[in-house]
Design a protein around this ligand. Sequence first.
Ligand code: UD1
Length: 434
Amino acid sequence: MNEKLIIRGGKPLHGEVKVGGAKNAAVAVLPACILSDGVCVIDNLPDINDVSVLKRTLENLGAKIEQPNKHSLKIDCTTIDTATADFDIVRHVRASYYLLGALMSRFDVVKVMLPGGCAIGERPIDQHIKGFTAMGATVITEYGMLKATVPEGCLHGADIYLDCVSVGATINIMLAAVKANGVTTLVNAAKEPHVVDVANMLRMMGAKISGAGTDIIRIRGVEKLSGINYSIIPDQIETGTLMVAAAGTKGDVTITNVIPTHMEALSAKLMEMGIHIEEGESTIRVWADGHYKAAHIKTMPYPGFPTDLQQPVTVLLSVADGTSLIEENMFESRFKHINEIRRMGANVTINGRVAVVEGVEKLTGAPVRATDLRAGAALVIAGLMADGITEIDNVKYIDRGYDHIEEKFISLGADITRKEFPMTDDENDFDTFA
Ligand code: UD1
C-alpha cells in the first residue's frame, strides 16, 4: 500500500511543540555502538524508518538489542559476529556507510551494500574512501558492495585533508580512527552539530577526540571503549521545518527542547524576511503576520545555511514580496520540489544551481509527490500554507526522517490525515533510490 497525506490548508499553527532527537545524529550514533566493548543505551532516538532499518541491520550482524520504549534502544554489539552487511534493507539508508568505518575496528574484511538514501544528486563517498585508505585500508567495489580490507588487522592514524567539507566523511573517519593505532588528524572537517554529538558520545565511551566542531579534529586511538548511556541532541532540521511552517501559516508557535544556537542561520534569515523570533534557553518562539520580504539564500556547510532547510524555505519565499535568489551549493538535484510547488501556483525558475523565486500572493492546493525527504517536508509546509486541499504522495520519503510529521502539526491545529492507497503499476515500478 502507498500512503498519502491529505492537507486542508490555510489554518494558522498555534501552540507549543517538542522536537525529537536528531535523525542525522541517530544514524551515526547507532553504528558507533559497534565500537563499544560494553552495552550502550541510546535515548531521544527519533521513531523513524532510518532508525528502524539500522536497528534491524545491527541485529542481522549479530547485535542484541532491546527497546525499552520507542525512543530508546539498549544495544549490545559485543555479540556481532559478521562484518558483511549485504541485506537488502541496508541499501535503503544512506548512512549505512557508517557501518564501514565502525566495523573496520573489529574485522579485517568488511563488506557493506552501497548506500541508498534520498535521490538528491550524485552524492559520492570518495572522501570517506580517501580517509580509510590513508589509514591503511584497501577499499574496492565488489558485486555492488563496498569491501574494505584492513591488512595489518588494525588501521593506523594518518593526516587526512578533506577536499570538500563532508559530514559523512568526517564522522566515518572519526569512527574508523577512535580505535586505530596512533593519531589521526582530520583537516577541513565538517562542524555540524551532529558531528559534535557523535564525538561527545565517543568521548563518553573513552575515546580521545579533540577539536570536534572546528575545522581540525584530532583523534588518538585507544584499545577499549566502554558502554554508556547517551541521549542524542534535538533535531535541527525538524526544528527548522516547524519554524518555517509556523511562519508560513501566519501562526504563533513555541518550539521546545531545541538548541537555539544550532538554528542561527535560519533564525537570521527568517528575521531578515520580517518574521518574529524569540529565543529562550531551550525554546524558540516564531510568529508572523503573513507579510514576508524576499531574501537571498546560499546553502553552505554549518554554520552556513543548511541545504536541508533550503527546500522548506523556498516554499516560504514563494509567497514573499519581491524576487528571491536561492543558490544550492551542496547537492545539484535539490530543486526537485520546485516542479511540485509550481503545481501549487509558485513562480520559480531554475538556472543551474540557482532558483529565482518571484513571490506570488498565495499557493493553492494540488496533488503533489514527494521526491526526497526534505522536498517532502517542504510540500507539507506548502500544503499547510495553501488554500484548499493538497494531497502528497510518496510519504515514505518523509517518514525516513520525520517522527510522524503530521502528528506534531495536528497538535498545533493543522488539518492533516494520512490515508492508504493501493499502489499503481507506475508506483510499483518506481525506483525509490535512483
Ligand atoms: C549529510 C546529511 C544530510 C545533509 C548533508 C549536507 C546525514 C546522514 N546526512 O549528508 O542530511 O543534507 O550532510 O549538510 O548526516 N561529497 C563529496 N565526496 C564525499 C562526500 C561528500 O564530494 O566523499 C560532497 C557531496 O556531494 C556534497 C558535499 O560534499 O556536495 C556535502 O556532503 P556530505 O556532508 O558528505 O553529505 P552527507 O554526509 O551525505
